[in-house]
Design a protein around this ligand. Structure first.
Ligand code: HEM
Length: 436
């Protein structure tokens, strides 16, 4: 089990703990790395720090980007909130944690990154491991854990369960460098959801605006994520996922994320060093996958762990139990049969997971995709194609709508009081007619 990425030097580690920057130690393998302004140190100075070499540290006061950094810095929200002991203040709604346009551009960059590196699985794991530390029994943010980017700090990256995730951070750091108006916490979840969608999975109803924690002292303690081979896998999964506020259906649906990716013995200790499906990549070769096409998001994970016919495909004890535990089995069987049902439940569960423990600024979050909200029913939109009404009939319908003060293009406003009066009048008339 890796305890510390081999690329870290002692000096880099010292620099990180002093500056509270996540990346200075964890990500700089070569001559340069940058400390980003979404952390405490940078927000205080509106400065961009850059390491020109492993031994020298130079400050350069940057102009517009620094101002943007300050505007989007989580520190700003925290300072304001400390006055009111809450985060839904008028001030915080004006200063969103992330900028919608930058989020959209970052998403395009993530798509390009996926095309060139095939890193879909590790980005999904990154988002999950940041969010999955959430404890619903703790109210206080960020002590409750969850999607707050605490995973960018070395102290948490060093947790055994996170072995290898430093590589995911290395991959997305250049995107973070480019978009100071996107928080790490949003970027992790954006990368994960985009990876699922680009691998052929469902569209995930995401929202953004997650505030970042500012220092390693805000990381959760080790041991909140699930283990792959506990003595009682079903009980263990329930302990861990119920603590996050998730249920049996969500446990099974989310486990289906293993339809993509591989396990590597040198990271988690699980899986074969390589198989016929992984020896040539794509991406870094090796490891053992759960499915044959391990870059395609579909329901083959459930089919494969049910059949267990291929020695080269991985089944962890926590995967196997999905077909052994009576309650989990209901969902696992359903998802093996019905990919659409799996996609629907997965998308909902993934969105829920991505929000766990997060503090949103603005509190309602930011939705990126237009038209995501359900449409209002408008009668006229449903009259099209060959069976379209004739012009004469349309005129007639329009006239009838307009006679009662409405229009076929907009929903009719109903006057309940008038309706009740009409019913009462009709009843009175009938009573007087038949009562005599
Ligand atoms: C149910 C409990 C879970 C356990 C015990 C578990 C365990 C593991 C293990 C041991 C690995 C191999 C890591 C490595 O060696 O690199 C792994 C990989 C992975 N996990 Fe899970 N996991 C669980 C749930 C989840 C969930 C909920 C998700 C996402 C929603 C997820 C997504 C992934 C992905 C995508 C990979 C592949 C990473 C790669 O190829 O680099 N896992 N998991």
């Amino acid at each position: 089990m890796a305890t510390r990425p081999a690329s870290l030097t002692q000096q880099q580690i010292r620099l990180q703990s002093k500056s509270q920057s996540p990346m200075a130690s964890s990500l700089s393998t070569a001559a340069s790395s940058r400390l980003l302004c979404s952390t405490t140190a940078a927000a205080a100075a509106a400065a961009k720090l850059s390491f020109s070499s492993a031994s020298s540290l130079s400050f350069s006061l940057s102009s517009s980007s620094s101002l943007k950094c300050l505007r989007f810095s989580p520190l700003i929200s925290q300072r304001r909130s400390s006055v009111n002991r809450g985060y839904s203040t008028v001030a915080t709604t004006k200063c969103a944690a992330s900028d919608p346009d930058q989020l959209k551009s970052a998403r395009e960059d993530i798509r390009e990154l996926l095309k060139s590196t095939f890193c879909h699985p590790i980005l999904v794991r990154l988002g999950w491991h940041d969010a999955g530390t959430y404890d619903k029994n703790i109210e206080e943010w960020p002590r409750r854990g969850g999607a707050n980017a605490s995973l960018r700090f070395e102290v948490e990256l060093k947790h055994a369960a996170n072995a290898g995730l430093v590589n995911a951070l290395k991959l997305i750091q250049p995107i973070k460098d480019k978009y100071s108006g996107v928080t790490y916490a949003d970027l992790f979840q954006l990368a994960s959801a985009t990876a699922i969608e680009e691998a052929g999975g469902p569209k995930i109803p995401m929202k953004y605006g997650r505030v970042d924690v500012s220092g390693p002292e805000q990381c959760p303690e080790e041991g909140r994520l699930p283990a792959a081979g506990p003595p009682s896998p079903a009980e263990h999964l329930r302990n861990v996922f119920y603590r996050m506020g998730l249920n049996d259906k969500e446990i099974v649906a989310l486990s289906g994320a293993h339809t993509v990716g591989r396990s590597r013995p040198e990271r988690s200790g699980w899986g074969k060093p390589e198989t016929k499906y992984t020896k040539d990549g794509p991406g870094a070769p090796g490891g053992q996958s759960w499915t044959v096409q391990w870059l395609k998001f579909d329901n083959s994970y459930f089919k494969d762990i049910k059949e267990r016919r291929d020695e080269d495909l991985l089944v962890l004890p926590t995967d196997a139990v999905l077909f052994e535990d009576p309650s989990f089995k209901v969902y696992a069987e359903k998802y093996a049969e019905d990919q659409e049902a799996f996609f629907k439940d997965y998308a909902e569960a993934h969105a829920k997971l991505s929000n766990l423990g997060a503090k949103f600024d603005p509190p309602e979050g930011i939705v990126l995709d237009d038209g995501a909200a359900p449409e209002k029913f408008v009668a006229a939109k449903y009259s099209s194609g060959k069976s379209e009404l004739s012009e004469a009939m349309k005129q007639k319908i329009r006239a009838e709508y307009e006679a009662v003060g409405g229009s076929p293009d907009t929903p009719l406003r109903s006057n309940y009081f008038l309706n009740i009066m009409i019913v009462v009048a009709v009843l009175a008339l009938l009573t007087s007619l038949f009562g005599n």
